[in-house]
Design a protein around this ligand. Structure first.
Ligand code: TRP
Length: 345
């Protein structure tokens, strides 16, 4: 395996509004990684169209998600922020990986089965090869660290398998190109957000999701203070007082979710939160949580509104990020083509 310099890559789909689960499960982690590593954060618009997207809504969602990245605290000067379709290396390497990955590997992907549902004959071919494109996203930059949610673990394992098979299949050619230790690194998933699983406010056993029909189930990053407070007040609970210790959260998904969210927003441990609220009714935790959530999230919402008013500024961030992304990927893709045996001018 290549001893590569650490480089972080991650991506989010521009579909629907971002919510508290995206913020605590992904963004907080991305921002932390960006402090200490070279980092590349992509708006994966090519992944989005694996299921039908209305062009006008997609166009808006790409800008909205970019604005959310920036509003949450990613610095577009420090991190490379761009949309996937502006950097052709993703599609080019994706094709090569379509020829490296095996049908049997993709057949095992649980997310395809979930998304395609019963009628898989009618799913797009793109949805099926989605994980190959995801591997290309990461490996076009020879990225080593990939902060993702638990649900992406299997796709990351596939990316590692693709990297390894490429390194083995093209072993001799890779050595000839001057790489003694294989060409692609094994990208590491980093599943360590402060709250990797933020659950629905209406059902503590289901993930907070942009596709949940009930808007009360999630806190959107664009919600105003009153909406945030109302959703927390209405959040599902159970009849008992809050436990004083962590084992008491077992089989109490709503208590676990609300204390987990509080801890993540506060930057404290769940132990500490239970030390404060244990033995008390839910209402005291909910009041404090509403204040905390409003304090943490309303500056983000305000910044998103400000950015939404200036799409030219967002487009300039994406143009600059795309140029920087192209510059990193170009020499890597040139070597890949050489290794595969393509003639280049
Ligand atoms: N599949 C990821 C998701 O739905 C998004 C994604 C696409 C991604 N390409 C990526 C994440 C590369 C990490 C790295 O969440």
């Amino acid at each position: 395996m290549t001893k590569a310099t650490p480089r972080v890559f991650s991506g989010m789909q521009p579909t629907g509004n971002l919510h508290l689960g995206n913020y605590l499960g992904a963004m907080v982690n991305w921002i932390a990684m960006a402090q200490s590593h070279e980092s590349i954060y992509c708006v994966v618009d090519m992944h989005a169209i694996t299921v039908w997207q209305d062009p006008r809504e997609l166009h808006k969602a790409i800008r909205d998600v970019t604005a959310a990245y920036v509003a949450c605290g990613l610095d577009p000067k420090k991190s490379v922020i761009f949309n996937q379709s502006q950097v052709s290396a993703h599609a080019e390497l994706g094709w090569i990986f379509n020829c490296v990955a095996r049908l049997g590997w993709l057949d095992r992907m649980t997310q395809f089965k979930e998304k395609a549902g019963k009628d898989k004959e009618r799913a797009s071919v793109g949805l099926y090869v989605y994980p190959n494109l995801m591997a290309a996203d990461i490996l076009a930059y020879r990225a080593t660290h990939v902060p993702v949610g638990e649900d992406q673990k299997q796709h990351l394992e596939l990316a590692r398998d693709i990297a390894q098979k490429f390194n083995i299949d093209y072993q001799d050619s890779i050595a000839e190109a001057g790489y003694a230790q294989g060409f692609f690194p094994q990208p590491e998933p980093m599943i360590t957000g402060p709250a990797t699983r933020v659950m629905s406010l209406r059902d503590g056993t289901k993930k907070m999701s942009k596709s949940d029909p009930s808007d009360l189930s999630r806190i959107n990053l664009t919600d105003d203070a009153d909406t945030i407070a109302r959703k927390i007040r209405k959040a599902k609970t159970d009849p008992d007082a809050l436990p004083s210790e962590v084992p008491g959260l077992k089989d109490r998904p709503e208590a676990a979710n609300l204390t987990g969210i509080f801890a993540a927003l506060e930057g404290a441990t769940v132990e500490k939160v239970l030390g404060q609220f244990g033995g008390q009714p839910y209402s005291s935790l909910k009041n404090a949580l509403a204040d905390l959530a409003v304090a943490r999230l309303s500056p983000i919402a305000a910044e998103m509104t400000r950015l939404a008013a200036d799409p030219g500024h967002i487009d300039a961030i994406l143009a600059d990020g795309s140029a920087r992304a192209r510059a990193i990927a170009a020499p890597i893709l040139k070597d890949v083509k050489k290794i595969v045996g393509f003639v280049q001018s």
